[in-house]
Design a protein around this ligand. Structure first.
Ligand code: XMP
Ligand code: MG
Length: 182
């Protein structure tokens, strides 16, 4: 898709907010940090589907380390006797015992998803777990979370593009777009 100032995704209009050149620059910066921090190690990247698939592909190609990647998904289901919805990790079919793990996320909003994911992963006894996210909305964070690698901090607005979706659509753009409030 060609770069456009605004795009229509289903019934909503979005305006360009992070152009692809800026994304590339920030992803390279984070990849260099990871390559430096993990020198001598062989990390396993755990990319959280669906939103992180483009970010993970671009990040990995900038990382200069022997490494592996595996893809996981968070399935929401309603607990029988709990109030909130529980998100279970599915697709974790690689043994992460004793391995340095780097979670790759598209966006951290309240941080609740990531906290739950960190707790679950600890049960698999990895050597370490770091969080790497493309986007972070600092004003929305509800929990204390150590986000070691963050490409960009953004305001509390809904975004699409570069893997992120609105109701399943809008993932296939090279730039990131923000919802225009009407
Ligand atoms: P929490 O609040 O647990 O949620 O950090 C993170 C998840 O919420 C979704 N999310 C978004 N998805 N544009 C999106 O396409 C957004 O602006 C946005 N904000 C939150 C996303 O699925 C993420 O994994
Ligand atoms: Mg997501």
């Amino acid at each position: 898709m060609k770069e456009q100032k605004t795009i229509q995704v289903k019934d909503k209009t979005f305006a360009i907010s992070v152009p692809q050149d800026e994304l590339k620059l920030q992803i390279k910066r984070i990849a260099d940090q990871i390559s430096h921090d993990y020198a001598g190690l062989q990390p396993i990247f755990l990319a959280v589907l669906n939103g992180s698939f483009i970010f993970a592909a671009d990040l990995l190609r900038e990382v200069d380390l022997p490494c592996e990647i595996s893809f996981v998904k968070l399935a929401s289901y309603q607990g029988t006797n709990t109030t909130g919805s529980i998100r279970e990790i599915i697709g974790l079919n690689t043994d992460i015992t004793g391995r340095p793990v780097i979670i790759v996320e598209d966006i951290i909003d309240t941080g609740l998803t990531m906290v739950h994911m960190l707790e679950t992963l600890k049960g698999h006894n990895p050597a370490s777990v770091d969080v790497c996210t493309l986007l972070l909305k600092p004003s929305k964070l509800q929990v204390e979370l150590d986000v070691r690698y963050c490409c960009l901090e953004i305001p509390d607005d809904f975004v699409v593009g570069y893997g992120l979706d609105y109701d399943g659509f809008g993932r296939n753009t090279k730039d990131i777009y923000t919802l225009i409030q009407s």
